[in-house]
Design a binder for this molecule. Structure first.
Ligand SMILES: Cc1ncc(C[n+]2csc(CCOP(=O)(O)OP(=O)(O)O)c2C)c(N)n1
Length: 662
């Protein structure tokens, strides 16, 4: 068969699997898979280094379908190439409950899905993190072990999203030359032609951010291949703007937004079969085409075997370290150094801001955990995320461990997801807690994908003072706690901060936010305890057997809780203080433990310099909450605490009234 015919038939297999699956599900997006089938066929048959027989081979190329609505493109490819868990039944069960073929590609559902996509732009930004992780690991382990590319397929939607510029700017600055983005340039989105809402010259935009750019006809396989060759040869990250027709092959819908996101219908599908000369029934791929695809799936088998030989031949220590890091295991020495550090803290009792305590903990951690990669969105000095071990990563020099992300919170968070997904590194980064709003879409995906990503969020309340209400988080702790599978830590002193850091690192399948103060806090854990007390989410910090009042608090408000307890005791009322560093972990404890922590004191009070939402879990509907009910204000923080009534006196007054039955 002539090469071009073979290519066309292979691409058409993607088109028909996609349109038939969407038709059967009666929902989904046929337009993108049909339009991008030629691009995907060229990438996967001529360039992509991967092996369906070892889908997690560390040195595989990564392929990210950033335009996640085109999920059938990816599922078709995985089936055709011979990924075992992507059977034809899965394709037939597209979008059904329990299938691997969810509406949008979900990480962990099937091998070959490198990241969860669907919120446009996230995949592109994940890919920047993957390409960055590749270079970081290459700098440590060399070309023999780490030498791969990251390919992305992105649509107009991905490029219109603001996150794309953050990702593009960062990749261009760092010179991530192994990142190749193919732009499915079909000029169509849901509402109609892109010209309804955008006139950006995308190629010029990428070029302005330091990218190599090239245009090609996205239906001409040789032109696509030439563009990919050019991209691979250029040391800069590359954008290939491939002009395509959405819904290619569908006689009446191609080139229109009608092809984007709904089934084509029986008549249009029949007409498409005719137009493209495809006789096979739905979900049947002619054997010559399937064979050609399965052969393509074997393209990199030799490269994979050679890579394993190189790994076996590598220096034993290097190999062991590489394998440990790719498994995601922490180095053995961490527990011991944390224990020593906690002993020292118990002796020193430092009065420091928890952001400073976090830096102190990181100084200890980064010395023994070489895979941490720190960073900040231009708030390094405020977030205290940089330690003596973390030299900056620079354009062309990836030997460092610290990323100056620039003022790009969203791109930073999404890049960290990509780094974690790539494996071999543990990313953490910093910004102000209030700007978690700018990171949130990516933080939510970190939780959904069960990735170990650590978000250091400092300036965690009105306690930041003079910067005022724009910078003072009020609802953010509650909002982050609402994300499933997201551990929000709010430590109260240096010891709790060290414990929370240890938990975040050990938390293989849950991302963490560590909320930290700007203002100094006294040591409240004054004796060394071997156990990680924060691991239970909430624990009694100070107690009386006959307590009439229990005061729950987190972070900076523990100091107030302890002062209130002393006053109550002076007035003859026994009281307990429960530190609540992490709601998420508390929910994982046994019912008995939870009940014992909540206790049976008649009066329950919670203190947090944020909104009440969530605290009723501890104090009940009728408990006393001392915190914020609206936005903060600009001023010295001590005055703000008094102004908003978050004081030991307010706690004592409220508790005393309750005790008196008022
Ligand atoms: C953040 C985000 N906003 C909106 C959507 C809804 N959405 C899905 S696809 C799409 C249009 C995308 O257009 P394009 O990338 O050109 O895809 P094509 O029409 O070519 O398939 C939109 C708005 C989304 N998935 N993510």
């Amino acid at each position: 068969m002539p090469q071009r015919d073979k290519h066309d038939r292979m691409a058409n297999a993607i088109r028909f699997l996609s349109m038939d699956a969407v038709e059967k599900a009666n929902s989904g997006h046929p337009g993108l898979p049909m339009g991008a089938a030629d691009i995907a066929t060229v990438l996967f048959t001529r360039f992509l280094k991967h092996d369906p027989h070892e889908p997690r081979w560390p040195d595989r190329d990564r392929f990210v379908l950033s335009a996640g609505h085109g999920s059938m493109l990816l599922y078709s490819l995985l089936y055709l190439l011979g990924y075992e868990d992507m059977s034809i039944e899965e394709i037939q069960n597209f979008r059904q409950l329990g299938s691997k073929t969810a509406g949008h590609p979900e990480y962990g559902h099937a091998s070959g899905i490198e990241t969860t996509t669907g919120p446009l732009g996230q995949g592109l930004a994940n890919a920047v993190g993957m390409a960055l992780a590749e270079r970081l690991l290459n700098a440590r382990f060399g070309d023999d072990l780490v030498d791969h590319h990251t390919y992305v397929l992105a649509g107009d939607g991905c490029l219109m999203e603001g996150i794309s510029q953050e990702a593009v700017g960062l990749a261009g600055h760092l010179g991530l030359g192994r990142l190749i983005v193919v732009f499915d340039d079909n000029g169509i989105s849901i509402d109609g032609p892109v010209s309804l809402s955008d006139s950006t010259d995308q190629v010029a935009r990428f070029a302005a951010s330091g990218w190599h750019t090239v245009r090609c006809d996205g239906h001409d396989p040789d032109a696509i291949a030439a563009a990919v060759e050019a991209a691979r040869a250029d040391p800069r990250p590359s954008l290939i703007a491939a002009r395509t027709t959405i819904g290619f092959g569908a006689p009446t819908r191609a080139g229109t937004s009608k092809a984007h996101g709904s089934p084509l219908g029986a008549d249009e599908i029949a007409a498409t079969r005719k137009a493209l000369g495809w006789d096979a029934k739905p979900f049947v791929v002619p054997s010559d085409v399937l064979d050609a695809w399965r052969l393509a799936g074997l393209n990199s088998a030799r490269q994979r075997k050679e890579w394993h030989k190189r790994l076996e031949a590598a220096d034993a220590e290097l190999r062991g370290e590489f394998e440990r890091r790719m498994r995601g295991d922490l180095p053995g020495g961490l527990d011991a150094v944390i224990a020593d550090y906690k002993r020292k803290l118990a002796a020193d009792k430092p009065k420091v801001a928890t952001r400073k305590a976090s830096e102190m903990a990181l100084e200890v951690i980064n010395a023994v955990v070489p895979e941490t990669i720190g960073g900040s969105a231009d708030l390094t000095g405020s977030n205290n995320t940089k330690t003596s071990q973390t030299a900056p990563v620079k354009p062309g020099d990836f030997s460092g461990r610290y990323i100056y992300y620039g003022i790009r919170e969203h791109g930073m968070a999404a890049a960290m997801n990509g780094m974690a997904l790539h494996g071999g590194v543990i990313p953490y980064s910093g910004t102000f807690l209030v700007f978690s709003d700018y990171c949130r879409p990516a933080m939510r995906l970190a939780s959904l994908m069960e990735q170990r990503v650590v978000f250091v969020m400092t300036h965690d309340s009105i306690g930041l003072g003079e910067d005022g209400p724009t910078h003072q988080p009020v609802e953010h702790l509650a909002a982050l706690r609402a994300i499933p599978n997201h551990a929000v830590f709010r430590p109260a002193d240096a010891t709790e901060t060290a414990e929370c850091w240890q938990l975040a690192l050990e938390s293989r399948h849950t991302p963490s936010t560590i909320a930290l103060t700007r203002q100094n806090l006294p040591a409240v854990r004054t004796e060394y305890v071997e156990d990680n007390l924060c691991a239970r989410g909430a624990y009694e910090l100070a107690g009386d057997d006959d307590a009439e009042v229990t005061i729950f608090a987190s972070g900076s408000e523990i100091e107030i809780a302890l002062a209130a307890r002393e006053k109550l005791r002076a007035d003859g009322h026994g009281a307990r203080v429960v530190s609540v560093p992490c709601f998420e972990l508390f929910e994982k404890q046994s019912a008995e433990y939870q009940a014992s922590v909540i206790g049976d004191a008649g009066v329950r009070v919670a203190i947090e310099a944020g909104v009440r939402l969530g605290w009723d879990r501890f104090i009940g509907n009728d408990g006393v909450f001392v915190g914020m009910t609206g936005f903060g204000a600009s001023g010295p923080y001590e005055k703000l605490y008094r102004h908003f009534g978050i004081t030991a006196e307010a706690v004592v007054d409220a508790a005393t009234k309750r005790l008196a039955g008022a």
